[in-house]
Write a protein that binds this ligand. Structure first.
Ligand SMILES: [Zn+2]
Length: 102
């Protein structure tokens, strides 16, 4: 299995403030990589990223989402409490409707 550094590149740690809100514009931006299936927003550090089906299927943090079909991710994003930018792994991943973001 590839490491997170191989998949995501080397990144600088962001401080955890826990009061971040998702940015609707960022969530609606097109994916940077065509393999990506869903955006991931971290409420801990405020970072928005995107992940592929391969990452969803590979990491136990996303196990509750791994059996969903790609259509299930339409107009949704994954909110996590911690991510690989501010912590060692994603934590408490849950699927959220983008239209809940104001
Ligand atoms: Zn984070």
């Amino acid at each position: 299995m590839k490491t997170k550094v191989e998949l995501l590149g080397v990144v600088q740690k962001l401080p955890i403030t826990d009061d971040n809100q998702p940015d609707l514009a960022k969530l609606n931006e097109p994916f940077m990589a065509k393999e990506s299936v869903v955006k991931v927003f971290c409420s801990g550090c405020g970072h928005t990223s995107e992940i592929t089906k391969g990452i969803l299927d590979s990491f136990p943090e996303f196990a509750p989402l791994a059996n969903l079909s790609l259509d299930d991710f339409l107009d949704k994003f994954v909110q996590v409490r911690r991510c690989v930018i501010c912590d060692t792994k994603w934590r408490k991943a849950e699927l959220v409707n983008i239209n809940r973001v104001t």
